[in-house]
Design a protein around this ligand. Structure first.
Ligand code: HPA
Ligand code: ZN
Length: 355
């Protein structure tokens, strides 16, 4: 299904573009090697059904039946994260890996309820992640923001408690956004209207997003926009089935944070070629390309770019537009956006005559 080969030059071009990642669950970057090392360090016994070796994990991770099948592994995986240092190690490993791919700005999701319900303090989680964000900036020159996600399979009361317990981090700006993840279909966005409303009332400048239109249909996207007042949609693939919704995304410049390899691994589509990238691009729907849970889905951000290129063959100019849309849709400040835009121009000039 490789319709458009990705030459070495084109690969270098995609790597050199100053990419932003907006859809990345830090718990989904837990590579099996680190998972087993942390299980040993923290004397955690994994359930008997969990794949017992790195090789067995990689095999099982290549055959998820759907989102829930993946989530069952993901929640067991995160059970090895206990101490602040574990969260730091996890996040720093991601930032190092993303930097190698030419990702210069990351907006990182984390799932506090997945840790707090195991008795881990939310401060361990946030402080470990925040320290890694700062160290990554110093070491690699990359920037990052943290977005807290609510687990939609848990009750609204748990979401409200989670918001209460993290208010000081929203106040200080350590956490800059709220998202919604986990099992989509049985837990539609409208259930969480109160959580989103409460946070927005207290912190009017907070950034809001939600997973919608991954397994749920396009009405999940519309309801997330109407009721949760999100300004971004995570996944959003199913928006393709509503022309009115696509028009709305274009006119409001709402970015979809799309995850091609994830969509294949979770059986949303058979192949990346079945995703609506060309249609969205031609219509002016803004999207970014992201890895979602790279340790589970077999590819980091550059692998996802290459997967899209080999199916859709976007031109160098079109790739610059895709990357610029991602920069413009980011939640970092204007100064950082301008730095990144200038790198796009430099990379285009460097590569345009050799591609
Ligand atoms: N969808 C929903 N919830 C998730 C995902 C996802 O792709 N990854 C981690 N939690
Ligand atoms: Zn996701």
């Amino acid at each position: 299904m490789t319709k458009f080969p990705c030459s070495d030059h084109f690969h270098s071009f995609l790597k050199a573009l100053p990419k932003c990642e907006h859809h990345l669950h830090i718990e989904g970057t837990l590579e099996p090697e680190l998972l087993f090392a942390l299980a040993k360090r923290n004397t955690i016994t994994l359930p008997e059904w969990f794949p017992p070796t790195v090789e067995a994990c990689n095999k099982r991770y290549s055959e998820f039946a759907d989102l829930q099948d993946f989530l069952d592994h993901y929640y067991v995986g995160m059970s090895v994260l206990i101490h602040e240092q574990d969260f730091y190690d996890l996040a720093l490993a991601y930032f190092e890996r993303a930097h190698r791919d030419g990702c210069l700005h990351s907006e990182v999701f984390f799932d506090p309820q997945g840790h707090v319900e195991r008795g881990i303090s939310v401060d361990n989680v946030v402080n470990g992640l925040n320290r890694a964000c700062k160290d990554a900036a110093a070491k690699f020159g990359t920037t990052s923001l943290l977005t807290m996600c609510l687990l939609r399979h848990l009750p609204v009361s748990s979401g409200l408690d989670t918001i209460k317990s993290t208010e000081k981090y929203f106040e200080s700006g350590v956490i800059s956004g709220l998202g919604l993840d986990s099992a989509e279909k049985p837990f539609p966005p409208e259930l969480f209207e109160e959580c989103y409303g409460a946070l927005k009332e207290k912190f009017p400048k907070v950034n809001l997003t939600a997973h919608a239109g991954e397994e749920g249909d396009h009405r999940y996207v519309t309801n997330a926009l109407d009721l949760l007042k999100v300004t971004r949609i995570d996944h959003g693939v199913q928006s393709q089935h509503s022309p009115e919704l696509l028009d709305r995304l274009v006119s409001n410049d709402t970015m979809l944070t799309m995850c091609p390899l994830s969509n294949v691994k979770l059986q949303v589509v058979k192949d990346v070629e079945d995703l609506p990238y060309r249609e969205f691009f031609d219509k002016g729907v803004s999207f970014s390309i992201n890895s979602d849970d790279p340790a589970y889905f077999g590819g980091y951000i550059l692998d996802n770019y290459v997967a899209v290129h080999t199916r859709f063959g976007f031109s160098p100019k079109e790739w610059c537009t895709i990357v610029l849309n991602g920069i413009n849709g980011s939640w970092c400040d204007e100064k950082r956006k301008q730095e990144l835009r200038e790198i796009v121009d430099d990379v285009y000039l460097k590569y345009k005559d050799v591609l």
